[in-house]
Design a protein around this ligand. Structure first.
Ligand code: ARG
Length: 466
């Protein structure tokens, strides 16, 4: 395609656009990836225009054929992009003019780029969101599989990054399953507000033509049509919502990544990331670095950045369309690409993680993780919980001084703290009992975690929505 002499909107202009303005206002590098949605939207628009006799059936046929050829040209990389044509909408319209001649000038009847671009972004995002949901489900499957595979592995659970109580590794992994479940639900919910058709709003006030928006919406699979034209051309709330949901989802990936980084450090030694998913150091030959989870953690900033950028973009914009809105796409695409890359790599990394169950168990066996259970034991024998807490506190202090664990104290030593303690205390202080007695709903007992895994498996297989 050659450079156009004039622009499709050049009627009221007497000077050529300055080249610096062309470069500054052009968004084609970013929005060209909307081409398929732009063409699909235009085809539906043509069909509607013909249906209500705004254009003839023959015109519509020519336009639709031409749009199909342009789509193929773009797909085959036989299409040239120029800054002078601003954006993807102008590129396609101009290409259509070259392809089918003057009939192309009818395509934009009863439409503006303002409702067109809103349409394109909504079509793009509903696809992107559905794809992300599918990917997140894969991620959840990987988590559940890992949990099931290591159902008998025990590690310390932490609060304040201090060893607190033993938990099943499966329980820990299923915590992330829950986070990603909320993410998929948030994305599902956002689709309701993405799936609204802005076409027919035209530039801002609606159109004088007798258009059939219901028909266009049906063709494009929109269950709802925007109720206010001014809102429709300037609404980007659905992008903010997506970016907020994406930011939370990135937080979940980032938290998981942080644990993978910590756990693979020698100080923990809980896991080893597969060689294929780790990288070396260019100077220290011994090193195997967890760069993938580190980068996931780092890339979280991009998505937060998009959210902040988008909020800033919208704040204080008067109705209705303003060119500021063109900046939305770069922010959105960057966040979508980042999240997609993160979900994919993290899903692939999980199954290859080597679990050092003996190290985890050892860590859970030391550091008085059984202190709460000892207090609960005393409560069971009739002591008030606060008294029991104090009594076990004394026992811990004594054990620390004597470099022992609670379960290593003799019965005589334990009697020094309370007469209520008997031989059965040692059973209570075993790792297995500490896990298995936590049967409250959502607790770490194997039976509960197995149930949670089964519920998750059913949900992931699409058998249950509960
Ligand atoms: N490239 C523009 C955008 O992304 C399309 C709409 C332009 N509308 C206008 N009146 N200049 O927002």
């Amino acid at each position: 395609m050659t450079q156009p002499n004039g622009k499709l909107w050049s009627g009221r202009f007497s000077q050529k656009t300055d080249i610096s303005v062309e470069a500054f206002t052009s968004s084609i590098d970013t929005d060209k990836r909307l081409y398929a949605f732009d063409i699909e939207g235009s085809i539906a628009h043509c069909k509607m225009l013909a249906k209500v006799s705004i254009i003839s059936e023959d015109d519509a046929f020519q336009l639709i054929e031409g749009l199909g050829r342009i789509k193929r040209a773009i797909e085959h990389k036989e299409f040239e992009f120029h800054d002078s044509l601003e954006d993807i909408h102008m590129h396609i319209e101009y290409a259509l003019l070259r392809d089918v001649g003057k009939t192309a000038l009818k395509l934009h009847t009863a439409r503006s780029r303002n409702d067109q671009v809103a349409l394109d972004v909504r079509m793009y995002l509903r696809d992107a969101v559905q794809f992300i949901i599918e990917r997140l489900v894969e991620m959840q499957r990987a988590l559940v599989a890992l949990a099931k595979q290591h159902i008998d592995v025990v590690l310390p659970g932490y609060t304040h990054m201090q060893r607190a109580q033993p938990v099943l590794l499966a329980h820990h992994l299923m915590a992330y399953y829950e986070m990603f479940q909320r993410d998929t639900e948030r994305f599902e919910d956002s689709l309701k507000r993405i799936n609204v058709m802005p076409l027919g709003s035209a530039a801002l006030a609606g159109t004088t033509y007798p258009i059939d928006q219901k028909y266009t919406a049906e063709l494009l699979g929109f269950p709802k049509i925007a109720s206010n034209s001014l809102d429709a051309v300037s609404d980007r709330d659905f992008i903010v919502e997506f970016l907020a949901a994406a930011s939370l989802c990135m937080i979940h990936f980032s938290r998981l990544s942080e644990e993978l980084v910590l756990w693979s450090a020698a100080e923990f030694g809980f896991i080893e990331i597969a060689d294929a998913f780790a990288t070396g150091s260019s100077i220290m030959p011994q090193k195997k670095n967890p760069d993938v989870p580190e980068l996931i953690r780092g890339k979280t900033g991009r998505v937060f950045g998009s959210l902040m950028g988008m909020l800033t973009l919208l704040k204080g914009l008067p109705l209705s369309y303003n060119r500021d809105l063109q900046e939305d796409k770069e922010l959105l695409f960057n966040a979508v690409d980042t999240l997609n890359a993160v979900v994919e790599v993290c899903t692939q990394l999980l199954p290859g993680i080597k679990i050092n169950s003996a190290t985890m168990r050892r860590a859970a066996s030391a550091g008085f993780l059984d202190a709460t259970d000892m207090a609960d034991y005393l409560v069971g024998k009739g002591m008030a919980f606060r008294d029991a807490h104090h009594c076990v506190g004394n026992a811990v202090s004594y054990a620390l001084q004597h470099k022992k664990e609670l379960h290593e104290l003799t019965l005589e030593e334990l009697h020094g703290f309370s007469d209520l303690i008997e031989k059965d205390i040692y059973n209570i202080l075993s790792l297995t009992q500490m896990i298995e007695r936590r049967t409250s709903y959502g607790g770490t007992a194997t039976r509960n975690v197995m149930t949670a895994i089964k519920v998750a498996e059913k949900k992931l297989a699409g058998e249950s929505k509960e």
